[in-house]
Design a protein around this ligand. Structure first.
Ligand code: GDG
Length: 717
């Protein structure tokens, strides 16, 4: 394996500029700690912004900085103050951050910040591309760089790309409000492996790609542009051993300590937490003079309006509570607006009887896990918000709705009065979990999954990847080739409405090459109506099998009809009509040989519920009258059971007597062709199990394959 590249908005170092000297100090973060455990087996380089605006450094200083970073296996990305203002404070923190934390009213969508976001993602790409080798591995981090996987994929098809999203992925209802929803999703889909903290975020992401990009998911896999992308939950852990030092130095306090530590952020629910504490004080005067809330707020994103306003609000509320409940000898809240190095958090964690972590939304929240690790005696109690990702692993905490201030007050009381045995029982269970799922486990399991990823393997397919090599010898020898194509999903990408799938100039050109250059016979065998096929291809000497072979037009123009009358048609139509009324987005296509019920445009969860019901109703009818029910791509077809594509291709091959047959299709209905033409070069377009021998991923890939065959000299030579 080649080099591993970690790419994040910030490099894990702070730059100190004093007169002529530049010094770099490592800043400890979860990711940097986790990576220590892989460094020996896997060398890596880190790419990111060094934390200082480019214009603050002369050309010479920038060069020195680059060299110093180079010595630490890091590559700095130059960003100007304007880049930072528009990309970081702008699109990342004024659009993506509030939306992802469900603060719609704070979400701004400004074209200039989006332009900067695109430009900076491109800048990261430009910096890294000079260092990359095709078989390297790249791990991109977080919402500031959602476009980067796509940029990397376009330039380096064989690169292994992982992406981890550290914040919540919002539900479809919110994500769909982003003007750039498609670009962001397509950007992420450049990755091979996309990780989130929880299954809820995986579910939200999957629901966005299935609805917005109309991709078909298979469990945790997405087939996309000839690749398969894995999406899964990797809950981030901490380095537990880092938090288990200095236990003996805890100063005993005469108060019961309630601790709260956050970055200044509206997502952290600090005002609500203060109201919760106030509710506790109001309801429990017996605790006055006996408790103390240590409220530590680390400065963050200063000079952004909403953050400045929040700071004022917190200060007012702290003053109000201290003024109302405090006395000359007791202050209910100690408030500190400053950040501490992580080592200094330790004694705070260790002396806290209650840890109050009540964010309104939080991707994970490592502070909650750090408290559990630090409070080794098991006597502390964690109060944790249900809407923090960490709550899914730390279910023994006292879980609260962070908006319910009365419940927060009650939980504080419960925590302070919880018997020691119960505190220890809960602590032990959580400790066990965070020790096992620590940050080293997180890093290695993500990287291991990424390394396992291969670019040409479809875990759901029993077919092999169709390469021209598999058929080139037979094709080169052939004098009478026959090409049999399904239409929708094979010669034309599937469209939301069947009427929109009009043949492209590229398709006509391909047919022309086959007919003229190679004098090939061509058959289009489709579920579409024969009339429709004739309107598109009637001017060409092709076999046109409509309605799965109910009608067959030969190249010389003569036609044959097969099949019987459809006694069930009226009943099926009536049933499907009822479902159509209940399923917005569905439509019924009436054909000579049957009825198709399309649901491509329907809400996927609704389809999951209704589909079984529709099939059951149709099956009941089928027990009384001969009909065939087939499942296609987002379509249920009811048709004459005596007609299928297998019969059509038998007729066609018997008529054209080919010495080389290539047959391609994407749908369930095409399986009859594959199983009938056992000696043909059969190609399944798409993913999943098939009777075909080979597969390609999509229509584009199928055309690429045909183009390689077209390198053969013309049949006239
Ligand atoms: C994101 C997501 C997700 C050090 N000094 C202070 C302080 N630290 C350390 C803590 C902890 C870390 O910073 C804060 O971790 P969080 O998990 O709370 O969140 P963020 O860094 O804001 O950001 C979050 C995380 O990524 C990891 O994926 O869990 O949901 O938003 O290690 O020891 N923290 C605070 N004040 C200090 O003075 N608050």
């Amino acid at each position: 394996m080649g080099m591993l590249w970690i790419i994040s908005n910030r490099l894990p170092f702070s730059v100190h500029l004093q007169k002529d000297t530049i010094t770099l100090k490592p800043s400890v973060g979860g990711l940097a700690t986790g990576l220590q455990s892989v460094r020996e087996s896997q060398p890596f380089q880190w790419v990111g912004w060094p934390g200082i605006a480019r214009e603050k450094l002369s050309e010479k200083e920038w060069k020195t900085l680059q060299e110093q970073f180079h010595a630490k296996d890091a590559v700095p990305v130059p960003l100007s103050q304007e880049d930072i203002d528009l990309y970081y404070h702008g699109y990342a923190n004024e659009t993506l951050w509030p939306l992802s934390h469900y603060f719609l009213e704070k979400t701004k969508q400004r074209p200039e910040t989006w332009d900067a976001y695109k430009a900076v993602n491109l800048r990261f790409f430009e910096v890294i591309k000079h260092h990359l080798q095709p078989h390297d591995t790249v791990w991109v981090h977080d919402y500031q760089l959602m476009l980067l996987p796509g940029l990397l994929r376009d330039a380096f098809p064989s690169l292994k790309i992982g992406y981890f999203h550290h914040i919540p992925f919002p539900s479809f209802e919110l994500f769909r409000l982003l003007v750039q929803q498609k670009a962001l999703l397509n950007g992420l889909l450049g990755a091979d492996l996309i990780g989130f903290h929880t299954y809820d975020y995986v579910r939200h992401f999957m629901s966005c790609v299935t609805r917005i990009l109309q991709l078909d998911r298979q469990l945790f896999t997405l087939p996309y542009q000839q690749r398969r992308i894995t999406v899964d939950a990797f809950p981030m852990g901490i380095d537990v051993s880092n938090f288990q030092v200095g236990q003996n130095q805890i100063k005993k306090s005469s108060y019961k300590i309630i601790l709260s530590i956050d970055r200044l952020d509206y997502s952290k629910g600090i005002p609500e937490r203060l109201l919760g504490y106030e509710s506790f004080l109001a309801n429990h005067p017996e605790f006055h003079g006996k408790v103390n809330l240590k409220l530590i707020v680390a400065p963050s994103r200063e000079h952004m309006d909403s953050y400045d306003q929040l700071k004022v609000l917190i200060e007012q509320k702290v003053a109000e509570i201290n003024g109302k409940y405090g006395s000359q000898s007791w202050m209910p809240i100690w408030y500190l607006y400053q950040s501490f190095p992580q080592d200094d958090l330790m004694p705070l964690y260790q002396s806290a009887d209650v840890m109050l972590v009540t964010p309104l939304r939080d991707g994970m929240n490592l502070v909650a896990k750090e408290y559990i690790a630090a409070r080794q005696d098991g006597k502390g109690v964690l109060i944790l918000s249900q809407t923090a990702g960490a709550s899914q692993e730390l279910s023994e905490a006292l879980l609260v709705n962070p908006k319910d201030t009365t419940a927060i007050g009650q939980a504080i009381f419960d925590a302070l009065t919880l018997p020691e045995v119960e505190r220890k029982r809960r602590h032990q269970a959580m400790m066990k979990r965070i020790t096992r799922a620590n940050v080293h486990y997180w890093t290695t399991s993500f990287l291991h999954r990424l390394q396992q990823h291969t670019h040409d393997h479809d875990p759901f397919s029993n077919t092999t990847f169709a390469s021209p090599d598999t058929m080139i010898a037979a094709w080169n020898k052939s004098k009478k080739p026959l090409f049999i194509f399904d239409y929708d999903g094979t010669l034309h990408p599937l469209q939301p409405r069947p009427d929109d799938a009009i043949p492209t100039p590229k398709l006509y050109q391909m047919l022309d090459i086959l007919l003229r250059r190679y004098q090939a016979s061509i058959a289009i065998v489709s579920g579409r109506d024969g009339k429709q096929l004739k309107s598109w291809f009637g001017h060409l000497p092709l076999y046109l099998a409509g309605n799965h072979g109910r009608t067959l037009r030969f190249p010389d123009g003569h036609e044959e009809k097969m099949g019987s009358s459809l006694p069930w048609k009226k009943d099926v139509l009536r049933i499907l009509q009822q479902y159509m009324d209940q399923m917005p987005g569905s439509l019924i296509e009436e054909k000579a040989g049957g009825i198709a019920f399309h649901y491509r445009q329907c809400e996927p969860d609704m389809v999951a519920i209704r589909k079984g019901d529709i099939l059951h109703t149709l099956e009941t009818l089928k027990s009384r009258t001969p009909m065939q029910i087939m499942l296609g791509h987002k379509v249920i077809e009811v048709k004459d059971p005596t007609i299928h594509k297998g019969i059509a291709v038998e007729k066609i091959t018997a008529h054209s007597l080919p010495d080389f047959t290539l047959v391609a299709g994407d749908d369930q209905t095409d399986e009859a062709m594959f199983s009938t033409l056992v000696d043909a070069h059969s190609i399944h377009v798409g993913s999943g199990k098939s009777y075909a021998k080979y597969h390609v991923d999509n229509v584009e890939a199928f055309f690429t394959l045909l183009n390689v065959l077209f390198q053969k000299e013309s049949a006239n030579h």
